[in-house]
Design a protein around this ligand. Structure first.
Ligand code: GLN
Length: 196
């Protein structure tokens, strides 16, 4: 599958490494023409206002929206989640395609980053290690958005709307490819992710 990763800023290389481990090469997306022929797209972690500024400068906002509206799978991790959201509670450029309200930096500052075991709907093989780095949370979702994961206190940290997936945390910074595989619609035997 030809997978693109938005490569304006942030941890796009870590996503590429994870995809390679499960047998998929990826394309770095920096300009509109880089979207040609892609079958799926990942928006990485990073800094969402920078994504907005650079995507505007490179003429990427409308091409990215068109790509997503065409129904191809898209996944935003952390800043990528913010970039997908319709409502971020402040004035910044986002793609505005996912019916979620997001609060940025919801757990505090960089030093308040943490790791937590998560149960993600649809993911077999036990808890997934959630890496939260100055992470956003999803404050609310529209009725047609499916919540995939919450913290113990009910805070929403992963959701899906049709072909759009959003996670507050960073699967690309773990050694567990299950979510990348899930995103690409691949089947991995439950216990086998450890061998990659
Ligand atoms: N705090 C960043 C933002 O608001 C997101 C952090 C991340 O992607 N790890 O854009």
């Amino acid at each position: 599958m030809k997978v693109g990763i938005l490569a304006l800023q942030g941890d796009f290389i870590e996503h590429a490494h994870m995809l390679r481990r499960i047998g998929h090469e990826s394309v770095e997306v920096r300009l509109p023409q880089h979207l040609d022929g892609l079958e799926a797209l990942i928006l990485p972690g990073g800094e969402s206002t920078t994504f907005g500024r650079l995507a505007t400068r490179y003429g990427l906002i409308e091409p990215l929206r068109r790509f997503i509206y065409s129904g191809k799978p898209v996944w935003g991790t952390c800043a990528g989640l913010i970039f997908l959201a319709k409502d971020v509670g402040r004035d910044q450029v986002t793609l505005g395609v996912m019916d979620i309200r997001v609060a940025r930096n919801a757990f505090g500052r960089q030093v308040d980053s943490f790791v937590a075991p998560l149960n993600v709907k649809g993911l077999s093989g036990g808890p997934f290690t959630g890496v939260f780095i100055r992470a956003p949370v999803i404050e609310s979702v529209a009725p047609h958005v499916e919540v995939l994961c919450t913290l113990a206190d009910g805070t929403i940290v992963a959701a899906r709307q049709d072909h759009m997936l959003a996670t507050s945390f960073h699967p690309e910074l773990t050694d567990d490819p299950r979510l990348h595989a899930l995103f690409l619609g691949l089947q991995l035997p439950t216990a086998d992710h450890a061998v990659f």
